[in-house]
Design a protein around this ligand. Structure first.
Ligand code: HEM
Length: 507
């Protein structure tokens, strides 16, 4: 009797399950987005995108999808990437109503739910007021006071490269450039290096901790409601390594506050933290809170080190692997007669060098995932399609930079001359599509800081060293690319090179 009672129940459960499954399978096929191309699995689940992130190569997949399927591609339910420069203004235009997508929720690193940061803030009004408070510290005028810090780091890297040249052994040049980028942004921010350039290693495993942070937050960005779980699990595995740099920042700020006498009472403040503290004291109306200071200083390390490292690595790689390009850069520098440690301004006057930097950052932009924005109330038409409110659209710099309609059939090739040859509408389209620093009101606030570092060190490396790239086994590098891992920021685990010193002054 009991068996007879259970049987219909189990049948009912099976029937309902089948109905749910059918509804699940059919819904995307009936949805408004059914005609938008993309991997089939991506129409059903976010796991497809999660898998791409796990593979670390979504930048290439994203380019391939757009080349094969057109300007709009679906990569998760409700998420679409766009490859059309005309759409940039609609999605990212200044003053528009498109806020950052839910992906950014995970990047609120503070345990205080009310404390956000410039990068993660989704409310546009809040973001604008936060950005106004600190914009001047990242301006071109402020950069002048940061130049000596960069020179100091150049000196240190230079002596390490001299040492490597004398030893004659290959080094992981990519790693040293990363050390340079971390130490440079740290000394600009706090007046103190992290010590990577002295020790030649990841002191306190800060780089590793940042790697963990990026892996966890990009995964959490796919499932924002699971963020607390992701962070808890990560905490168990990484202990206090996670967000170590945020703790480092807090310590240094506390020290700077205590060194009150050393704060620039009359003269201009030099490090960024001192500029923040100065603004707190001198312009209380600005409303710069202690959290603003900590969040911005921490973000400088978090957002400004690996990204600048990739810019440097890309530029060094493309310059030194092609003797003709290198020679042209050297001739330009020789004819300008640059001083031992060139200023940002002097480097900016070298048109070929500028084209090389621009082209390197085009081919290897530092951020490798789409910058998600949420379609505002009422929906929007993009690329001739209507997208309902709440869906997410995003442009990936890698896709934009490899667009063959904009950059030509040879878009995948390194050809700095393209920037000097382009004119008229082509030049405008190329500029609009060049987005390594993002775009619109959320453009990278540290753009000038990183360009300062890149522009100052590259001429020194070009003038004083030759680098011969090798694989990990010491054979000459024959591949036409650098291995990169896409963890939101691109990371180059290795770029080995033998270092040879040039232009040794006599006596
Ligand atoms: C080559 C180096 C760099 C690259 C490629 C880069 C890239 C980017 C991109 C693409 C964005 C926009 C992200 C979005 O829309 O979601 C961004 C924002 C940001 N970057 Fe950078 N960045 C670099 C260097 C720096 C440096 C040196 C700093 C700090 C000193 C910095 C701090 C920030 C901050 C705070 C934001 C958020 C800005 C806002 O939303 O108002 N970045 N960066």
């Amino acid at each position: 009797m009991a068996f007879i009672d259970i049987l219909p129940l189990s049948q009912a459960i099976t029937g309902v399950s089948i109905l749910f499954l059918l509804a699940y399978l059919i819904t995307p096929l009936l949805s408004w987005s059914r005609e938008i191309p993309g991997p089939l699995l991506a129409k059903y689940t976010r796991l497809w995108y999660m898998w791409q992130k796990y593979r670390n190569d979504f930048h290439w997949t994203n380019i391939k999808l757009h080349r094969e399927k057109g300007a709009v591609v679906q990569i998760m339910p409700g998420y679409f990437t766009i490859d059309d420069p005309k759409a940039h203004k609609i999605i990212y235009g200044h003053g528009n109503a498109w806020k950052k997508g839910e992906f950014y929720v995970a990047w609120n690193v503070s345990s205080d739910p009310h404390a956000t940061n410039l990068f993660a803030a989704r409310d546009q009004g809040l973001h604008a007021s936060m950005r106004r408070k600190v914009a001047s510290m990242y301006s071109m005028t402020s950069l002048v006071s940061y130049e000596p810090y960069v020179d100091h780091c150049i000196d240190l890297l230079h002596s390490q490269l001299d040492r490597a040249a004398s030893a004659g052994s290959a080094i992981n040049l990519g790693r040293w450039l990363q050390f340079f980028a971390f130490d440079a942004v740290s000394i600009i921010t706090f007046g103190e290096r992290l010590g990577f350039l002295d020790e030649g290693k990841d002191v306190h495993e800060m780089i590793q901790s940042l790697d963990y942070t990026h892996i966890i937050l990009t995964f959490a960005g796919v499932y924002p409601w699971l963020t607390p779980l992701f962070k808890a699990v990560a905490g168990v595995f990484t202990g206090d390594k996670l967000l170590y740099f945020q703790k480092f920042a807090s310590e240094k700020i506390t020290m700077a506050r205590q060194e009150h006498g050393d704060l620039a009472e009359d003269g201009p403040a030099t490090t960024m933290v001192r500029k923040f503290l100065d603004a707190q004291r001198r312009e209380p109306k600005k409303g710069l809170t202690d959290w603003d200071v900590a969040a911005n200083a921490g973000s400088n390390i978090g957002a400004g080190s690996d990204t600048t490292a990739i810019g440097l690595i890309a530029t060094v790689y493309y310059l030194f692997r092609d003797p003709a390009i290198l020679e042209r850069a050297r001739q330009e520098m020789d004819s300008e007669g640059l001083p031992d440690r060139p200023s940002f301004q002097e480097a900016q006057k070298l048109p070929f060098l500028q084209a090389v930097i621009k082209e390197s950052m085009r081919l290897l932009p530092g951020v490798g995932l789409p910058l998600w924005r949420e379609v505002p109330k009422g929906g929007a038409v993009v690329c001739g399609r209507f997208f309902p409110e709440g869906t997410n659209l995003g442009v990936n710099a890698w896709v934009s930079h490899h667009n063959q309609q904009v950059y030509g059939e040879d878009a995948d090739l390194f050809r700095p001359e393209r920037w000097q040859e382009a004119s008229g509408e082509t030049a405008v389209a190329m500029e609009q599509s060049w987005i390594p620093f993002g775009l619109g009101s959320r453009t990278c606030i540290g753009k000038n800081v990183s360009l300062l570092e890149i522009n100052k060190i590259i001429p020194v490396l070009v003038r004083d060293f030759d680098f011969y790239f090798q694989d990990q086994h010491g054979n000459p590098e024959t591949r036409d690319y650098i291995t990169l891992k896409n963890k939101w920021f691109l990371k180059a685990p290795h770029l080995y090179a033998r270092v040879v010193r040039r232009n040794l002054k006599a006596g």
